[in-house]
Design a protein around this ligand. Structure first.
Ligand SMILES: [Fe+2]
Length: 229
């Protein structure tokens, strides 16, 4: 979409995206830290890498906007976000919704997930805000969804709910604002509530090579339970 006659836009030319990054910074600076040393150090890695990206004022690399069926639930997710502590992040996101490139990230996508899941990246190797060692984005699930068992090779991942509650594996129910850290290789499965969509902000920390080609694969088959659409 770049026009050779127009100078390229940089991050600071796009205030809505700067403010969205500021909300991410607050989330990883002031959000619930818990008592875990590994969570604290993950949050610090996210903040430090994010600060260096903002300082660099990178060129924006917008791809064509794209939606998926699950984005029909985004309005409700943003409405729900208004009711909780991450309302600021939801509002900042609502300023850029027409510029988002929603995707699946899998070469082979289970049919049942096509209408129930999609994500987009805010920052990362693919842009729109270019970064090499960090990906920040959002993933949206429809109500009553089980996102199958998977893990991430050499990538440290955190999820924070902006709207809607979710469970990881068979553990607790996590409310908006809760953070889960998945270490590289940790197998996890996400289940959302029956009535509300679930919007999670996420961060991936890893090497440039790994984040450019994460090789997303579901490791389910026997283990995952897929809900009916
Ligand atoms: Fe994951």
């Amino acid at each position: 979409m770049s026009d050779p006659d127009k100078p390229a836009l940089r991050l600071q030319d796009c205030p809505d995206w700067v403010y969205l990054l500021q909300e991410f910074d607050s989330l990883y600076r002031y959000g619930s830290a818990g008592g875990s040393k590994s969570i604290r150090s993950h949050r610090k890695r996210v903040r430090d890498t994010l600060s260096s990206v903002i300082d660099r004022n990178p060129e924006m690399t917008f791809r064509a906007p794209a939606i998926k069926p699950v984005t029909a639930h985004l309005g409700r997710a943003l409405d729900l976000a208004e009711r909780n502590t991450l309302a600021g992040l939801g509002r900042a996101l609502s300023r850029v919704t027409d510029q988002l490139t929603w995707e699946y990230g899998y070469e082979t996508m289970p049919k049942v997930l096509e209408r129930k899941y999609a994500y987009f990246e805010v920052l990362g190797p693919q842009g729109p805000i270019k970064a090499e060692r960090l990906i920040l984005g959002f993933v949206l699930f429809a109500p009553n969804t089980t996102y199958p068992q998977h893990s991430h090779k050499e990538i440290e991942e955190s999820y924070i709910s902006v709207a809607g509650a979710w469970s990881e594996n068979d553990g607790a129910v996590y409310a908006p604002g809760s953070l889960i850290l998945n270490s590289p290789g940790h197998e996890h499965r996400i289940t959302t509530g029956e009535l509300d969509p679930c919007l999670l902000a996420y961060a991936w920390v890893g090497s440039e090579d790994r984040l450019s080609a994460p090789g997303m694969k579901l490791s389910y088959k026997r283990k995952a339970r897929m809900t009916r659409s």
